[in-house]
Design a binder for this molecule. Structure first.
Ligand code: HEC
Length: 102
Protein backbone atom coordinates (compact mmCIF):
# COMPACT_ATOMS: atom_id res chain seq x y z
CA UNK A 1 0.00 0.00 0.00
CA UNK A 2 1.69 3.12 -1.23
CA UNK A 3 5.16 2.07 -0.23
CA UNK A 4 6.31 2.42 -3.79
CA UNK A 5 7.52 -0.22 -6.19
CA UNK A 6 10.54 -1.42 -4.28
CA UNK A 7 9.10 -4.39 -2.35
CA UNK A 8 7.23 -5.54 -5.46
CA UNK A 9 10.39 -5.37 -7.51
CA UNK A 10 12.25 -7.40 -4.94
CA UNK A 11 9.68 -10.16 -4.87
CA UNK A 12 9.41 -10.14 -8.64
CA UNK A 13 13.17 -10.54 -8.84
CA UNK A 14 13.09 -13.38 -6.38
CA UNK A 15 10.42 -15.12 -8.40
CA UNK A 16 12.38 -14.61 -11.60
CA UNK A 17 15.53 -15.99 -10.06
CA UNK A 18 13.61 -18.98 -8.73
CA UNK A 19 12.18 -19.59 -12.17
CA UNK A 20 15.55 -19.39 -13.87
CA UNK A 21 16.94 -21.75 -11.29
CA UNK A 22 14.15 -24.25 -11.85
CA UNK A 23 14.52 -24.01 -15.61
CA UNK A 24 18.22 -24.69 -15.32
CA UNK A 25 17.60 -27.71 -13.13
CA UNK A 26 14.77 -29.08 -15.22
CA UNK A 27 16.62 -29.23 -18.50
CA UNK A 28 17.49 -32.91 -18.92
CA UNK A 29 21.25 -32.65 -18.55
CA UNK A 30 22.39 -33.25 -22.06
CA UNK A 31 25.07 -30.62 -22.10
CA UNK A 32 27.73 -33.25 -22.76
CA UNK A 33 27.75 -33.55 -26.52
CA UNK A 34 29.15 -36.74 -27.90
CA UNK A 35 29.07 -38.61 -24.63
CA UNK A 36 28.15 -42.17 -25.38
CA UNK A 37 25.31 -43.71 -23.44
CA UNK A 38 26.79 -45.85 -20.71
CA UNK A 39 30.15 -44.10 -20.66
CA UNK A 40 31.57 -43.26 -17.23
CA UNK A 41 29.58 -40.33 -15.84
CA UNK A 42 31.31 -36.98 -15.44
CA UNK A 43 31.66 -36.63 -11.67
CA UNK A 44 32.44 -32.92 -11.69
CA UNK A 45 29.46 -32.07 -13.88
CA UNK A 46 27.15 -34.29 -11.87
CA UNK A 47 28.35 -32.75 -8.66
CA UNK A 48 27.62 -29.24 -9.88
CA UNK A 49 24.29 -30.24 -11.32
CA UNK A 50 22.89 -32.54 -8.68
CA UNK A 51 24.43 -31.48 -5.39
CA UNK A 52 23.54 -27.79 -5.36
CA UNK A 53 19.76 -28.03 -5.39
CA UNK A 54 19.38 -28.14 -1.61
CA UNK A 55 22.44 -26.27 -0.37
CA UNK A 56 25.49 -24.47 -1.66
CA UNK A 57 28.14 -26.56 -3.35
CA UNK A 58 30.77 -27.43 -0.81
CA UNK A 59 34.34 -26.98 -1.89
CA UNK A 60 35.85 -30.46 -2.24
CA UNK A 61 38.67 -29.41 0.10
CA UNK A 62 36.17 -28.87 2.93
CA UNK A 63 36.10 -32.60 3.62
CA UNK A 64 38.60 -35.41 3.84
CA UNK A 65 38.31 -38.36 1.48
CA UNK A 66 36.71 -40.27 4.33
CA UNK A 67 34.38 -37.37 5.02
CA UNK A 68 33.22 -37.41 1.41
CA UNK A 69 32.62 -41.14 1.53
CA UNK A 70 30.38 -40.60 4.55
CA UNK A 71 28.63 -37.55 3.12
CA UNK A 72 27.98 -39.40 -0.14
CA UNK A 73 26.41 -42.28 1.72
CA UNK A 74 23.81 -39.85 2.98
CA UNK A 75 23.64 -37.50 0.00
CA UNK A 76 23.69 -39.82 -3.01
CA UNK A 77 20.14 -41.05 -2.32
CA UNK A 78 19.02 -37.46 -1.82
CA UNK A 79 20.44 -36.54 -5.21
CA UNK A 80 19.00 -39.72 -6.75
CA UNK A 81 22.35 -40.84 -8.10
CA UNK A 82 22.83 -44.23 -9.66
CA UNK A 83 25.71 -46.34 -8.38
CA UNK A 84 27.88 -45.30 -11.32
CA UNK A 85 27.04 -41.63 -10.84
CA UNK A 86 27.73 -41.88 -7.15
CA UNK A 87 31.13 -43.43 -7.82
CA UNK A 88 31.95 -40.69 -10.31
CA UNK A 89 30.99 -37.88 -7.94
CA UNK A 90 32.83 -39.51 -5.04
CA UNK A 91 35.91 -39.95 -7.20
CA UNK A 92 35.83 -36.32 -8.22
CA UNK A 93 35.43 -35.11 -4.62
CA UNK A 94 38.02 -37.45 -3.13
CA UNK A 95 40.53 -36.45 -5.78
CA UNK A 96 40.28 -32.90 -4.43
CA UNK A 97 39.65 -33.66 -0.77
CA UNK A 98 41.55 -31.87 1.98
CA UNK A 99 43.84 -34.85 2.44
CA UNK A 100 44.13 -35.82 -1.22
CA UNK A 101 47.67 -36.44 -2.41
CA UNK A 102 48.80 -33.56 -4.59
C1 HEC B 1 17.43 -33.28 -1.50
C2 HEC B 1 18.33 -32.31 -0.92
C3 HEC B 1 19.83 -32.55 -0.98
C4 HEC B 1 20.58 -32.92 -2.06
C5 HEC B 1 20.12 -33.19 -3.48
C6 HEC B 1 21.94 -32.99 -1.58
N1 HEC B 1 22.01 -32.65 -0.27
FE1 HEC B 1 23.69 -32.48 0.87
N2 HEC B 1 22.58 -31.91 2.47
C7 HEC B 1 21.20 -31.79 2.48
C8 HEC B 1 20.78 -31.36 3.80
C9 HEC B 1 19.34 -31.10 4.21
C10 HEC B 1 21.94 -31.22 4.56
C11 HEC B 1 22.00 -30.73 6.01
C12 HEC B 1 22.59 -31.67 6.99
C13 HEC B 1 22.02 -33.05 6.94
O1 HEC B 1 20.78 -33.21 6.90
O2 HEC B 1 22.82 -33.99 6.93
C14 HEC B 1 23.06 -31.57 3.70
C15 HEC B 1 24.38 -31.56 4.09
C16 HEC B 1 25.45 -31.84 3.27
C17 HEC B 1 26.83 -31.78 3.67
C18 HEC B 1 27.33 -31.29 5.01
C19 HEC B 1 28.00 -32.30 5.83
C20 HEC B 1 27.10 -33.42 6.16
O3 HEC B 1 27.46 -34.56 5.80
O4 HEC B 1 26.05 -33.19 6.77
C21 HEC B 1 27.57 -32.18 2.61
C22 HEC B 1 29.08 -32.30 2.54
C23 HEC B 1 26.67 -32.48 1.54
N3 HEC B 1 25.38 -32.26 1.96
C24 HEC B 1 27.05 -32.93 0.30
C25 HEC B 1 26.16 -33.23 -0.74
C26 HEC B 1 26.55 -33.81 -1.99
C27 HEC B 1 27.97 -34.19 -2.39
C28 HEC B 1 25.42 -33.94 -2.74
C29 HEC B 1 25.29 -34.55 -4.14
C30 HEC B 1 25.58 -35.97 -4.23
C31 HEC B 1 24.32 -33.44 -1.94
N4 HEC B 1 24.81 -33.02 -0.73
C32 HEC B 1 23.01 -33.37 -2.37
C33 HEC B 1 20.37 -31.99 1.43
C34 HEC B 1 20.74 -32.38 0.15
Amino acid sequence: MGLGAVPDMASAMRRLIALLFLAACASPGSRAPGRAEGAAPDGAALYRKRCASCHRLRDPSEQTAQGWAEAMRRMAPRAHLSDAQREAVLGYLQGRARDAPR
